[in-house]
Write a protein that binds this ligand. Structure first.
Ligand code: UD1
Ligand code: MG
Length: 511
């Protein structure tokens, strides 16, 4: 509680500035870098949500695809300022200055492409900065391969002397493994005069924020470093490879957190679980499963291999069999789905309902204990409790213009291969004969038969077989040409017509 109060107090003079105006040339993409995704969210969303608990205002510098980046951050109550053209990270800070209120004394500055940063690390950075009475504090990390990052050059007393960018670093500086995360804490009144001294003297003719560190040293200001415990926390996503690496870390973090909470995950490196997903204890996630968006799974559920759940809600003891695709659907306790089921937006399965293989359900409610086990489409329908939907049943919900509802009562038996042409109602306890095309309402407890009446023609099949074997005998009359055979067949037919007696005689002589 005391810490919360301290944070709130501290937040008054704090501003978080996220630099997100760059294009991200190295991604070779039409989409701005910070809008690429890792762990199911855009990079910029991760950074902004890490800042949120710090309590200060959040200002995002936008430029490339400014509108889209703005749209991504405004739900998080961040304000934005436009940097155009984008003349480097130092220039981005100068632009931010125009949008910073007078109360802010301290700024946490972050790049929009470092999504793995955690709030705890940022708090530790601010604490160190305040305690050390520094003008600037740089978050650094020790990397096995520092290629591409700015290198940290230390003074003898351990404070930071300068940051050398890869391209302008000397041979000796390139051998340094401590790198700049691009995450800093600045005392703003100390930063501004130094930033004014920075010149665009580099390969890209840009103003680098990193050059402000040497300027601060020139003015004898104190620049400290805080080293991140884990190097991966500062990973900047400049390339597709780094993006994949960040995604892998998010997935691993999420799977580990769920396992800590009592969820069994087999081969966790093969599952894809978004950050906001919730799973109850004693639930089991099999290999190759994807749990996306705001999916919430209760306790004692099992999600089998290859299933993809997006924004789904599952109560307890739900079984999702292999390769089911479930979107924006509610599965109540004890429901069983799949294998190979497709449950689409607006679907609800009440307790104990079952949907089997090759069944698609859209915007429909299946009551308690309803079964639709094979090869069925149910769309815009309500099915009452304990009803059975036979194999191959189709609700014909679309009339070419609009969608129409199908209302099926309780304990209804829909025979296999039935088509229910909506809008249509089937009353409680009714039966629909297999193969029916139901176009009119069916009263409760009635039997609806809506198909051609069956006609049995006695002996028809036997007669057909006899004719065919006779024709085959004629055709196989050795060594004839096709024309000759055809000629002989029509001659035989003409003979039979003219003299049926003779044919009868032939038959009986065969007996
Ligand atoms: C930067 C640092 C480098 C550090 C690395 C860590 C500089 C000069 N270099 O390099 O020391 O090791 O981050 O990941 O700062 N941006 C703007 N406006 C601009 C240019 C960039 O807003 O004019 C934004 C980008 O959108 C990005 C962030 O600033 O989110 C950093 O830019 P980026 O191009 O990724 O810098 P790096 O080369 O990674
Ligand atoms: Mg970067």
């Amino acid at each position: 509680m005391e810490r919360d109060n301290n944070q709130l107090m501290a937040a008054k003079d704090l501003i978080c500035i996220v630099l997100a105006a760059g294009k991200g040339t190295r991604l070779k993409s039409e989409v701005a870098k910070v809008l690429h995704r890792a762990g199911g969210r855009t990079l910029i969303e991760h950074v902004v949500t890490a800042c949120q608990p710090l309590g200060g205002n959040i200002l995002v510098v936008v430029g490339h695809q400014a509108e889209n980046v703005r749209a991504a951050v405004t739900p998080f109550k961040a304000t934005t300022v436009l940097q155009r053209p984008q003349n480097g990270t130092g220039h981005a800070m100068l632009i931010a200055r125009n949008a910073i209120g007078p109360k802010a004394r301290l700024a946490v500055v972050l790049p929009g492409d470092a999504p793995l940063i955690r709030t705890e690390m940022l708090s530790a950075l601010i604490d160190a900065h305040r305690r050390g009475g520094a003008a600037a504090t740089v978050l650094t990390a020790q990397l096995d391969d520092p290629t591409g990052y700015g290198r940290i050059i230390r003074n003898r007393d351990g404070s930071v002397a300068a940051i050398a960018e890869e391209k302008s670093a000397t041979e000796a500086e390139r051998k340094i493994h401590e790198v700049n995360s691009s995450i800093y804490c600045f005392t703003l009144e100390k930063l501004w005069p130094c930033l004014a001294e920075v010149r665009p003297e580099n390969a890209h003719h840009e103003l680098y924020l990193t050059d402000a560190i040497a300027q601060l040293n020139k003015r004898k200001e104190r620049v400290l470093a805080v080293m991140a415990g884990s190097a991966r926390e500062i990973l900047g996503c400049n390339t597709r490879g780094e993006l994949a690496e960040a995604d892998r870390v998010f997935r691993a973090r999420k799977a580990a957190a769920l396992m800590d909470d009592g969820v069994t995950i087999y081969l966790p490196e093969t599952v894809l679980i978004d950050g906001e997903v919730e799973v109850g204890s004693d639930s089991v996630i099999e290999p190759g499963v994807q749990l996306l968006g705001k999916t919430r799974i209760g306790p004692h559920c099992r999600i089998q291999s290859g299933s993809v759940l997006t924004d789904a809600a599952l109560e307890h003891h739900v079984l999702v069999r292999q390769h089911s695709v479930i979107t924006a659907t509610l599965l109540s306790a004890g429901a069983i789905v799949g294998p190979f089921a497709h449950l689409r937006e607006g679907t609800e399965l009440r307790a104990g309902a079952r949907v089997g293989n090759f069944v698609e359900v859209k915007k429909s409610v299946l009551g308690e204990g309803v079964k639709a086990m094979h090869l069925t489409y149910i769309g815009d329908a309500t099915v009452g409790r304990e009803s059975n939907i036979g194999a191959g049943t189709i609700t014909c919900n679309y009339d070419g213009v609009k969608k129409n509802p199908t209302i099926i009562g309780e304990r209804v038996f829909v025979g296999s291969d039935s088509a229910l042409v909506a809008p249509v109602r089937v009353g409680d306890g009714a039966y629909i004969a297999a193969g029916s095309t139901v176009t009119e309402d069916v009263p409760a407890d009635a039997l609806a038969i809506a198909r051609g009446r069956q006609v049995n023609k006695a002996g028809w099949a036997a007669e057909r077989r006899r004719k065919m074997s006779e024709e085959n005998t004629v055709a196989s009359d050795g060594g004839k040409t096709a024309d000759e055979t055809r000629g002989r067949r029509s001659a035989a037919r003409a003979l039979r017509k003219r003299n049926p007696q003779r044919q009868q005689g032939k038959k009986s002589s065969r007996k």
